[in-house]
Ligand binder design. Structure first.
Ligand code: ZN
Length: 85
């Protein structure tokens, strides 16, 4: 039987309706405050449209920087030590 919470994994056992992961989640919710748990998950897992846009911009910026970075092509500066001889 499929878990009635995630609808993905197999149930923990035939007499249980949740899978191992979901049972764990349920126990965590009971142990802590459910509102607090949801708040943590929201902050960690859910991104709003603005956050997604920011993330994309950031990714594009780093990609652009990588493309323009030609420092590996420029020759190394001469050693200044020899001049002080
Ligand atoms: Zn499940």
């Amino acid at each position: 039987m499929v878990c009635s919470f995630c609808n993905e994994n197999e149930c923990e056992s035939w007499m249980k309706s949740y899978c191992v992961d979901c049972s764990m989640l349920r126990r965590m919710l009971v142990l802590h405050n459910p509102t607090e748990c949801v708040d943590i998950l929201k902050r960690c897992l859910i991104r709003n449209q603005e956050q997604i846009t920011n993330k994309i911009k950031l990714e594009l910026k780093t990609q652009d920087k990588e493309l323009n970075d030609t420092s590996y092509n420029t020759p190394l500066p001469p050693l200044t030590r020899s001049k002080t001889k």
